[in-house]
Design a protein around this ligand. Structure first.
Ligand SMILES: CC(C)(COP(=O)(O)OP(=O)(O)OC[C@H]1O[C@@H](n2cnc3c(N)ncnc32)[C@H](O)[C@@H]1OP(=O)(O)O)[C@@H](O)C(=O)NCCC(=O)NCCS
Length: 157
């Protein structure tokens, strides 16, 4: 049996821009992945007002991964990124992030940043792998656990 190279595997995972009609599924995935989560209404309103954008990956009719981000002038902020627990370690988050960075390059976005819980090693590993660097800490930032936030950023060229 032919073993597909990781780069080719990445290319066959299709990433699409999600719309308001997808937000119920995104919210369900969000509930599964986070204790503190946005409501469907917040997702819908944010999308409709153009406050943020959401990229997603489907398997059949199910959305199994999504990434929400904002873009202001030449900066973007990653707001949320999650992959369904049954579909982790298949490269879906990596594919979402690489698609986002490619779009940013096309659109002249020069800097990306985000915050992440200090205990979230899978996510921190992922972002470091994608060239983000630790820039600071916000003490007791998260309302659900009181945990510190690690601030990460990277330039995009
Ligand atoms: C973090 C998360 C999005 C990663 O999704 P994923 O699709 O499983 O990640 P990928 O398969 O694309 O992994 C890419 C890289 O991320 C890192 N990574 C992902 N999961 C990891 C884990 N459990 N432990 C350590 N590193 C991990 C690795 O560097 C991995 O590369 P490798 O597989 O070659 O080692 C997923 O675990 C998740 O949804 N977690 C809950 C929600 C969350 O915490 N989101 C981040 C908020 S900022």
């Amino acid at each position: 049996m032919e073993i597909m190279h990781q780069d080719n595997l990445q290319k066959v995972i299709r990433v699409e821009r999600l719309g308001p009609q997808d937000m119920r599924q995104v919210m369900e995935l969000e509930q599964l992945c986070f204790n503190y989560h946005w409501t469907e209404e917040q997702f819908r309103l944010g999308l409709e007002k153009g406050a943020f954008f959401v990229l997603g990956i489907r398997q059949g009719i199910d959305i199994v991964g999504y990434l929400a981000y904002t873009k202001v002038l030449d900066e973007m902020e990653i707001l949320n990124l999650a992959v369904h627990p049954k579909h982790r370690r298949k490269g879906f988050a990596a594919r979402l992030l690489s698609t986002l960075l490619a779009r940013c390059r096309e659109q002249g976005v020069r800097k990306g940043f985000l915050d992440v819980k200090a205990s979230n090693n899978p996510a921190i590993d992922l972002y470091l792998k994608f060239g983000f660097k630790k820039r600071g800490v916000r003490r007791k930032y998260y309302p659900d656990t009181g945990e510190d936030a690690i601030l990460l950023d990277r330039t995009i060229s």
